[in-house]
Structure formats: structure tokens, C-alpha cells
Design a protein around this ligand. Structure first.
Ligand code: HEC
Ligand code: HEC
Length: 299
């Protein structure tokens, strides 16, 4: 058989083009999947509602939302991909460092009003999926507003001491003895949905008291009281799995009360987006935490 060198060359070329096309379609699908994963995590971890000034119809992710705390008012920054006023120039490493270590690209420490203390437990791939999602959203030009904090909390450098005392860096270490679903539940509760940031009491310096994990506090975000959610008689002992799942979806308690305050917001903007298997994992995990009596007196 005589092979025409020219047509053989063309066939080889066509095979290469097809192969490249096939491979690149995998890349696009891979990116799309990663962005969807990022969007899910981004929602359920509450980034959207804290970084959007919903009250004043502010643009999505452009910050400026006021957070009232015992230490003054924090204003969330612009985290859109705008190069100047947002985080558009950040590398993956810089994004990971902010979420996992609470340190800015300039080397400044972040205040724990940004719950990096929980996000530090997230895996690198989950954190970077969130970055992919943020960078797929529109960039918004909006300057950041300075926080309005009491002295000496206003001195950012003092956070060094706070960090030495209270910050332990992740990632999450799964308990190998636990079932996979319980491990997923504890990852969601501690790292992603950061229930403890609101439901665990804090000491006078604003650090969560791990020995009273999830046992409720009167000094929650925006001055809200967050109830005990451990399986204790003063907590969620009487709630079954279905009660909790229904509550996280709808905000309706087993006694038909509607949820209020920051939990209503957490449910509306984040927790109601949890998928069925994650809701199940959370409610099963909460049944396994140490029952603790409520540390504060109910009014
Ligand atoms: C409870 C409110 C709250 C939530 C929830 C929250 N943040 Fe923030 N975030 C803040 C505040 C406040 C700051 C500023 C901290 C400071 O100035 O030290 C901040 C800072 C940041 C920064 C640094 C921006 C910069 O310009 O230096 C990034 C990035 C960020 N947040 C991303 C996220 C992501 C991603 C999530 C979700 C996984 C998230 N945040 C959830 C309140 C929040
Ligand atoms: C931003 C703060 C915040 C976060 C995050 C948060 N909660 Fe809440 N939660 C609250 C507040 C405040 C209330 C009280 C609301 C009320 O009284 O209506 C509450 C109420 C509840 C209740 C009702 C308990 C009762 O006895 O009435 C449950 C259950 C609950 N939260 C579970 C969770 C779980 C599980 C998570 C994490 C997946 C979570 N919360 C995350 C602030 C928060």
C-alpha cells in the first residue's frame, strides 16, 4: 500500500485537533463543576450575606455591611474580583492565607469578626472552589469603609496577642473512629456553617470557649441570644432528626414558633441551601456532641 505523506500528515493533524478539543472540554466541565461546588460552599458558609449590604440594597459581595459587636462596628470589605477595591489581584496562596490563617496579603491580621477561626478548618480545595466562584461573579467598584471600633481593639497589631492565645490553625482533622456521615456533619458544623461562632459562649476577649461548645450564649452576633443546641434537656434533647432538618430548611421550630434574628437570616441566605444529605449529616452529628447545660439564664 502506498501512503500519501501529505494525507497522513493531515490525518495526524486532525487527530491532534480532535484530541485537544476533547481534553479542553474536560477542563471547561471541570471548571464549571468547581464553580458550582464553590457556590454551594460559599452560600452555606454565610459569605454572601456578610459581604453584601442587603439592608441598603448594596451590590452582591461588594461589602459595607455593618456588624454590631461589643467591640464596635465592623464593616465587611469588598470581596468582588475588582482589581482596585476588591480582591481581583489576589493569588490562590493569598486567598488561602486569608481564610486559613487570617492574614492579609500585606501581612496584617484580620479581626475574628471575619470567622476565619472556623474557615481555617476547611480543606484547601473547598477554599479554592469558593475563590473560583467569587471570580466568576461580576466585579464591583466600591471602596471599603473603615471599622468603627473602641480603643484599644482599634489597634490591629494587638491581634497578635489574641492569636497567640486563641487561634489554632486548621485544617480539620477527621475523627477516624467516627462514621463518614458524622465526620461530614462535624466538618459542616465547625468549618463551613460555623454554628459555634454564634452558639458557643465567648470569653471577655471575644474568643469562643470550647469547653462550652454549642451550649448557647447571650452575647451572639448583633447582641442576639443564641440557644443551647447540644442534646441536653436545656438544649435540643427533645428535637428529633426530622425536627432539626425541617427547622434548618424553613425556620419553623417543633412548637411552630418562627425563628428570629441572625438565625432567621442564616437560614434564609445560607442554611436552607444545604442539600438533603448534608442536612442529615448535621442533624446526626449534633446528636453526638457532649450534652451541656445552658450556661446563661433565660430571661
Ligand atoms: C460574620 C460576617 C462574615 C462572614 C460570615 C464572612 N466574612 Fe469575610 N470578612 C468579614 C469582615 C468583618 C472582614 C474584615 C476583617 C478585618 O478587617 O480584619 C472580612 C474579611 C474578608 C476577606 C479579606 C478581604 C480584604 O480585603 O482583605 C476575605 C477574602 C473574606 N472576608 C472572604 C470571606 C469568605 C470567602 C467567606 C465565607 C467562607 C467570608 N468572608 C465570610 C466578615 C465576614
Ligand atoms: C449568625 C449566628 C448563627 C449561626 C451561624 C447559627 N445560629 Fe442557630 N441560632 C442563632 C440565634 C440568634 C438563634 C435564636 C433565634 C430565635 O430565638 O428565634 C438560633 C437558634 C437556633 C436553633 C433553635 C433552637 C431553639 O431551642 O429554639 C437551632 C436548632 C439552631 N439555631 C441551630 C443552628 C445550627 C445547627 C447552626 C449551624 C448549621 C446554626 N444554628 C448557626 C444564631 C446562629
Amino acid at each position: 500500500m502506498i501512503i500519501n505523506p501529505r494525507s497522513a500528515g493531515m490525518t495526524a493533524c486532525a487527530v491532534w485537533v480532535l484530541l485537544l478539543f476533547w481534553l479542553s472540554s474536560f477542563c471547561v466541565l471541570g471548571d464549571e463543576k468547581r464553580i458550582r461546588q464553590g457556590e454551594y460552599l460559599f452560600r452555606v458558609s454565610g459569605c454572601l450575606s456578610c459581604h453584601t449590604d442587603v439592608l441598603n440594597n448594596g451590590p452582591e459581595l461588594a461589602g459595607g455591611r455593618a456588624l454590631h459587636t461589643a467591640f464596635g462596628i465592623f464593616y465587611s470589605p469588598n470581596i468582588t474580583s475588582d482589581a482596585k477595591t476588591g480582591i481581583g489581584l489576589w493569588t490562590d496562596e493569598e486567598f488561602l492565607r486569608a481564610l486559613r490563617e487570617g492574614v492579609s496579603p500585606k501581612g496584617e491580621f484580620y479581626y475574628p469578626a471575619f470567622p476565619y477561626t472556623s474557615y481555617t478548618l476547611m480543606t484547601d480545595s473547598d477554599v479554592l472552589a469558593m475563590k473560583a466562584y467569587i471570580f466568576s461573579r461580576p466585579a464591583v467598584v466600591k471602596e471599603n469603609v473603615s471599622h468603627d471600633l473602641v480603643f484599644p481593639i482599634s489597634i490591629r497589631e494587638l491581634l497578635l496577642f489574641w492569636r497567640i492565645l486563641f487561634f489554632s490553625e486548621g485544617p480539620f482533622i477527621p475523627d477516624l473512629e467516627s462514621a463518614q456521615e458524622i465526620t461530614r456533619g462535624s466538618y459542616l458544623v465547625d468549618a463551613v456553617a460555623h454554628c459555634g461562632e454564634c452558639h458557643t459562649p465567648r470569653n471577655v476577649l471575644g474568643a469562643v470557649v470550647e469547653s462550652q461548645y454549642l451550649s448557647g450564649t447571650t452575647h451572639g452576633i448583633n447582641g442576639d441570644s443564641a440557644p443551647n443546641i447540644t442534646p441536653h434537656a436545656t438544649g435540643l434533647m427533645s428535637w428529633d432528626q426530622e425536627d432539626l432538618i425541617y427547622f434548618l430548611r424553613s425556620g419553623i421550630k417543633p412548637n411552630y414558633d418562627n425563628v428570629q434574628g441572625s438565625m432567621a437570616e442564616a437560614i434564609e441566605h445560607s442554611l436552607s441551601f444545604l442539600n438533603d444529605s448534608d442536612l442529615k449529616a448535621i442533624s446526626n452529628y449534633l446528636k453526638t456532641v457532649t450534652p451541656m447545660p445552658t450556661a446563661y439564664k433565660k430571661e
